[in-house]
Design a binder for this molecule. Sequence first.
Ligand code: SF4
Length: 369
Amino acid sequence: MDLERHDFELDELVERIKANDNRLVALQVPEGLKMQALEMMDSIEDDSGARVILAADPCYGACDLVHDKMRMMGVELVAHMGHSQMNIDSGMPTHFIPVTYDGDPELTPVLSILESHRAIAQSRLESVGDEIEMDEESAKDRFLDAVGRVAPLSGVKLGLVGSIQHLHLLEEFKVRLENAGFEVEIPVGGNRLTFPGQVLGCNYSGDDPSIGHYLFLGSGDFHPIGLVLHTGKPLAMLDPYTGGATEMSLDRVERILRQRFGLINSVDEANSFGILIGEKPGQMRRNLAIRMKRLLEKHGRKGYLLALDHVSPDLIDFYPVDAYVNTACPRIAIDDSVRYAKPLITPYELEVALGEKKWETGYQFDEIP
Ligand code: SF4
C-alpha cells in the first residue's frame, strides 16, 4: 500500500483528543493497515500526550466498532479507520477516518466496457414485461442466471459508486462520464450508508430501477460481487490504485449462484440447524435469527441460536447439527462457505429450501438495511 498517497487525518484526530483532554484512546484499523498501526500509535501518542491502545482483533467494517470492553478498560475515544459511520450506536464516542486515496485514474480504458453494458441494459429494458408462466425447472434456470431475473428496469442510467477511499472522485467522474455521453446517477442509499455513491459488502440500497448498469471505483471484487448478486446488473470496475479497467464477469457470478443453488439443495434433508447471531453492533440481527428459529419449527426442524463475535469454522464445525443459517455478516455465507464443514446458508436461502420463497423470483442478496 502506498501510504504517502493516503490521508490518515491524524492531525484532526490529535486536535480532537487534545480538545477533549482524552487520556486513553483506542485505535481500530482494517486488516490492510495493521502493519502501519504501531507507527500511527507512536505519532498519536507523541503529538497528543494520550495513551493509545490498538484494538487488535480483526476488523472488516464499521459494523464492528469496539464498544463496552474498551469502555471497561477506561478508553474515552475510539479512532476508527477505513470506514464511515453507519446507523448503529456502539455506546462509545467514535472518530471516523475514511482514509482517502489521491489516485485519479483515466476514464478511457473503461469506456468501451460501459458502452457494451449500456447496450445490455437497453436490451433488458426492451424485454421487461415479456414474462411467461414458469415451471419448476425454468424457475431454477432463472435462479442460476445472473442477469435473467425479473428486474423492474425503467431506464439505462449508469450508476456511479465506489468504496469509501475513492468517493471524493465521484462528482468529478460524473461530469467526465456525462461528457462522454452517459446519463449518470450517483445513487443515494439508506441509513447504513453515509455518503452518496457509497456501497458496502452488505448494502446496496441506492440501487433503483432507472439504473441499468454500474461503474465501481475501487479495487478488489468484494463490493462488485455483492452489487451484481444484489442487482443482476452489469458492472464495470476502474481501479484508482492501478488505473486498470475490467468488468465483473457473469461467469464468476453464475459460479457463485450455482454454489448457492447446491447449498440450498443440500439442506433439504437437514433436521437441525445452528442459527448464527453476530455480536458485533452492526451485524446483530437477533429478530431475524428468532424468525428463522420459528420458521424451522413450523417445518418440523430444530434450530439452535448461537451468538458469536467472530464467526469461524473452528468455533462452530463441531456442533452436532446438520447445517447453519448465518444472520451475522452476510458475506460469511457467500464468500467463505467452502471453509466450513457443514452447509452455511443465508436466511433467504433457508426460506427457499423450506419452500417459503420461490426460485423464480431470482436470487435475493442478504442485505442488512
Ligand atoms: S456486515 Fe459484513 S459486509 Fe457489512 S459492513 Fe460489516 S463486515 Fe462489511
